[in-house]
Design a protein around this ligand. Structure first.
Ligand code: GLN
Length: 190
């Protein structure tokens, strides 16, 4: 669990509920010991800066290249994307999944909203999804699977190899099928 900034405590609770030995990661030595990583929601520009301050950026990129399963929600999705649209000046991402992501894509009048989203990989029922100053996926590269779209067609969750991303926050509701799905990926990869 990347614990530089954001709502990592909520994720830790969910992961532990499923029996995972989930720990906060702030140092390269901690990163070296894990089998999977969750990057939480929060503020991607701050997380990006802290990842450099804590000397985690390069180790993160290396770990991803060697196949570490990573799940990013909201700001975590922005961190994992290849390209950030509307980032702050100098904001960098980890380039783990071939998508372009627009920050704060829903504008101020639709700052936060909730919607029931059909998600085929999770089956029935649809997932109640909470969006908070959420990003949207504007381009999906070859080899990236779209796993959730809004009624208007905008892509809000995707997967490529070991990388899973959602614009919304499954840690904030009682429906934790995304965490379960991710832990399954981690078990398979380990
Ligand atoms: N808008 C935030 C960002 O740019 C993301 C919001 C969130 O994680 N809830 O990082």
């Amino acid at each position: 669990m990347l614990a530089l900034q954001g709502d990592f405590r909520e994720h830790l609770n969910v992961l532990r509920k499923f029996g995972a030995d989930a720990v906060p990661v702030r140092r390269p030595t901690e990163l070296a010991k894990i089998d999977g990583l969750v990057i939480p929601g929060g503020e991607s520009s701050v997380m990006d800066k802290l990842s450099r301050t804590f000397h985690l950026r390069e180790p993160l990129i290396k770990a991803i290249q060697s196949g570490l399963p990573v799940y990013g929600t909201c700001a975590g999705m922005i961190m994992l994307s290849k390209n950030i649209l509307d980032g702050i000046k100098g904001q960098q991402s980890l380039g783990a999944i071939d998508i372009n992501v627009r920050r704060n894509a829903f504008g101020s009048q639709l700052d936060s909203f909730e919607v029931d989203l059909p998600i085929p990989v999770l089956g029935e029922p649809p997932l109640h999804a909470v969006f908070i100053r959420a990003p949207v996926i504007e381009r999906v590269g070859e080899g990236v699977e779209k796993i959730a779209t809004l009624a208007d067609g905008r892509v809000v969750a995707a997967e490529q190899g070991q990388i899973l991303v959602t614009s919304f926050h499954p840690e904030m509701t009682e429906d934790h099928r995304f965490h379960k799905y991710f832990l399954e990926k981690v078990r398979k990869a380990a």
